[in-house]
Design a protein around this ligand. Sequence first.
Ligand SMILES: NC(=O)c1ccc[n+]([C@@H]2O[C@H](COP(=O)([O-])OP(=O)(O)OC[C@H]3O[C@@H](n4cnc5c(N)ncnc54)[C@H](OP(=O)(O)O)[C@@H]3O)[C@@H](O)[C@H]2O)c1
Length: 299
Amino acid sequence: MYIVVGATGPVGLGGEICRQLRAAGQPVRALARSTANADRVADLTRIGVELVHGDLKIPRSLDEACRGIDTVISTASMMVSRQDADTVETVDATGQTDLVDAADTAGVRSFVYLSFSQHIDRDFPFRNAKRAVEQRLKRSRLAYTILRPTFLMEVWLSPIAGFDFAHAHARIYGHGRNPISWISMYDVARFAVLSLGAPVARNAAFELGGPEALSPLDVVRIFEEVGGRRFQLEFVSEEVLTEQQENAPDSLQRSLAGLSRCYAAGDVIDMTATLRSVPMALTSVRDYARRVLEGSKTV
Ligand SMILES: NC(=O)c1ccc[n+]([C@@H]2O[C@H](COP(=O)([O-])OP(=O)(O)OC[C@H]3O[C@@H](n4cnc5c(N)ncnc54)[C@H](OP(=O)(O)O)[C@@H]3O)[C@@H](O)[C@H]2O)c1
């Protein structure tokens, strides 16, 4: 039995992992909070996912959730989907390490953890939480698989991060000329599922990127070609991002500014060796642009 922690969010990586596992006939449990989006919870139930109530801030609920589980897959984070008491510290740091401990104590065999690219490497609370959880996992008795994707198309090339393709308006962090190997969350989900039980993924970490490294300005050009509309650009300079990080009122704002500075610096990931051991097709930015621009016409 698998448990996915983080299956109810709006971006949907954990939910997509549940769908792919259920499509393969696998038994899946998902942790859901009472405040989770009702439609997304109903979608999970409809495809046969068993729900268990819990919260990363409540260690007792994690002990319950891990009972009878072979593999934990944790994609949860408070960066996009959060409730009042959720902070980087309570959810992404302590909550996730408590989940590792609960899984270890319950005799779970393996743990797949959604971290992020090693190049996202500035000193800010979210990055420090991700690396601390990785370390805790490596010290546990669990067989671990750490997934380190770079910037997700569905977040950083979407209105969540100011890339408002439906209105041909894009916010660019930095000067926009440093390349990033943007990856689709569907491909991250696919990779997570393919890694389950694969010998190559046992006690391993994978840097994950898409099929090509493109600068944000290259991405805008692709969206303009696919949609036939010129984009209006808004630049947030690295100086402004640095100032935002230094003067942020809380760890969330400090982390968002830190992440944006890493985007500004670029992140190129060569997938050649990884795809040799885990073969799969990767979504291009052009494919993503076609999908979301087609979808936005009907909104
Ligand atoms: N965005 C990127 O570019 C990027 C890049 C690399 C890696 N990642 C990682 O990818 C993962 C998946 O991200 P996503 O965008 O798919 O996330 P998402 O859609 O925002 O979903 C987040 C999930 O975490 C859950 N969660 C938050 N606080 C919780 C708590 N206290 N207890 C239990 N569950 C809690 C949410 O539950 P509710 O629905 O109840 O709020 C939701 O199910 C994250 O770990 C993220 O750091 C993202």
